[in-house]
Design a protein around this ligand. Structure first.
Ligand code: SAH
Length: 497
């Protein structure tokens, strides 16, 4: 172990950060240390401990002993760079993707899938306990007898994918110019805006990979220029491909810096010839100096302006810019759990807060009396209404607005839901919304969460208000990444009231 306490002398006293100089930290910048890794942060960095001091080390895994170079020290914690794995975790694997290190799109490919699923489960448990101060019971013996309050909340093992690869239905690939000239497209090198050419992304549907490859070749043949972020010049910014897993329908979108697409007919002809199954070829115009992918105007160059896909029995129309869950296989698992937790018999009134394009609303509408969806993005609500009509669903209505404003209004108007589903963004539910829930007192709340920390915070507030958190089911929507999605069931607890 090379770590020493020999920094007490000159180097420390001459440190530029006086606040650090007076702290007696067990490590110093540039020091070479050997560290035990005891956990993983929500960003996928290994958490190491040196005499109680925390070091974050990218690439290190729990259970490992690694050698690392300290890059930065703060009062409570520091960062170090992995130099060598001294004792490897038995779950460490060679990442199957060749560009894993450079890309940064996945963070956990060097860990076995089983270990990833276990970690996601434990991550939910830790957040519920530490942030929510909630009692978590054993996840074993998943019988309904296990779900009693004394035993604590049942957090089930993560529902993972049988085949956790090639699960994404949408590719959005930035285009650039190779040094030697010519169109390339792939991903931004970590912490930079330099585009690295890529032909295969292992979490992408292989058809999407194939189509992006072909479209790049067509672009090269037609001599299209790639957009240059620095100069604001060049035409082709992104190639976006969407595939309906169930229908096999394909959409190709060329995002261009300018309204004119030279050789449009040649583009269409070549794409149609080389992409069998293409139903829609669109151009989206984005002339802004921004890294937002889409501009406001989309033109249909050929075919339909939407493709169709199904979640369960519900058909969805997906346009170039529509929000649509990117992992359709696991979406069915997630919504299936949501439906199970909602416990619908056909006579219930349901609110779906943060409803997006109404995917959950329409999924539940078939089993409920009436569903109300609320969402802040107007285009998403237009999609939700169109999708309701597409499926002949007449017992779902949608309103644009902030859920925390609209729900109190519904309450005043006498809407009395039996079940409320919330599926908020990462920051969790607005407190006003949670307070409205406590006034509405639906029998069940189903909380779909993409962030265990805010889930835990919100569940605490609902528990304090009279709800009982029964069970939580983590679902792996994004294998090989650090994203952790889960569904929680809460029931109104009137035993002491
Ligand atoms: N339930 C949907 C989408 C969930 S994503 C699905 O499963 O597909 C979260 C959604 O909340 C986004 O569509 C976002 O636009 C919306 N949103 C964010 N803040 C909101 C607010 N204050 N009120 C209502 N919707 C909001």
């Amino acid at each position: 172990m090379t770590r020493g306490r020999n920094r007490g002398g000159n180097s420390r006293n001459s440190s530029k950060a006086p606040s650090q100089a007076i702290l007696d930290l067990p490590v110093a910048k540039n020091e070479d240390v050997e560290v035990e890794i005891i956990g993983l942060t929500h960003e996928g960095e290994g958490v190491g401990r040196v005499e109680g001091y925390t070091l974050f080390i990218g690439g290190a895994l729990p259970g490992e002993r690694v050698r690392a170079k300290v890059l930065k020290v703060k009062k409570q914690y520091g960062y170090a760079k992995l130099i060598e794995v001294v004792v490897a975790s038995p779950d460490r694997i060679a990442p199957p993707c060749e560009i894993y290190k450079q890309c940064g799109g996945c963070q956990l490919q060097h860990w076995s899938y089983e270990a990833q699923l276990d970690w996601k489960h434990q991550h939910v448990v830790d957040n519920l306990e530490r942030i929510g101060k909630l009692k978590v019971g054993a996840a074993e013996g998943e019988t309904s007898e296990g779900l009693n309050e004394e035993a604590g909340i049942v957090v089930h093992p993560t529902l993972g994918m049988n085949d956790p690869w090639r699960y994404r239905n949408k590719a959005q690939v930035p285009m650039g110019l190779a040094e030697e000239g010519g169109l390339i497209g792939g991903f931004y090198a970590r912490n930079s805006h330099r585009i690295i050419d890529m032909d295969a992304c292992l979490i992408q549907h292989d058809q999407n990979d194939d189509i992006v490859r072909r479209v790049k070749a067509i672009g090269r043949e037609l001599g299209v220029t790639a957009y240059n972020e620095e100069t604001g010049e060049g035409l082709l910014r992104h190639v976006v491909v969407r595939v309906g897993f169930r229908t096999g329908e394909l959409m190709v979108v060329l995002v261009t810096n300018g309204a004119k697409l030279p050789l449009a007919e040649a583009w269409i002809e070549a794409i149609r010839a080389q992409v069998p199954g293409v139903e829609s070829i669109c151009q989206n115009i984005n002339t802004k100096r921004t890294n937002v992918i889409f501009g406001d105007v989309t033109k249909t160059l050929w075919g339909r302006d939407v493709i169709y896909d199904y979640i369960g029995d519900v058909k969805f129309a997906i346009s170039a810019r529509s929000f649509y869950q990117v992992n359709p296989v696991q979406t069915e698992v997630l919504y299936g759990k949501t439906l199970e937790y909602a416990g619908l018999t056909g006579s219930e009134t349901v609110i779906d807060a943060y409803c997006g394009i109404g995917t959950i609303s329409l999924f539940l509408a078939q089993h409920a009396k009436r569903v109300y969806g609320v969402e802040i993005v107007p285009e998403a609500i237009e999609d939700a209404r169109a999708n309701a009509a597409l499926n002949g669903i007449s017992n779902a209505e949608f309103e644009v607005g902030a859920a925390e404003d609209v729900m109190p209004r519904w309450l005043e108007q006498g809407v009395s839901p039996d079940v409320v589903v919330v599926d908020p963004p990462r920051k969790g539910c607005d407190e006003r919304l949670l307070e409205t829930l406590l006034t509405m007192q639906p029998e069940r709340i189903v909380y779909v969460s993409c962030n265990p920390a805010t889930l835990a915070r919100d569940l605490r507030l609902l528990e304090d208000g009279g709800y009982c958190v029964k069970e939580v089911q983590p679902v792996d929507m994004f294998p090989h990444t650090v994203h952790v999605e889960s569904v929680a069931l809460l029931v109104w607890d009137d035993t002491d009231r």
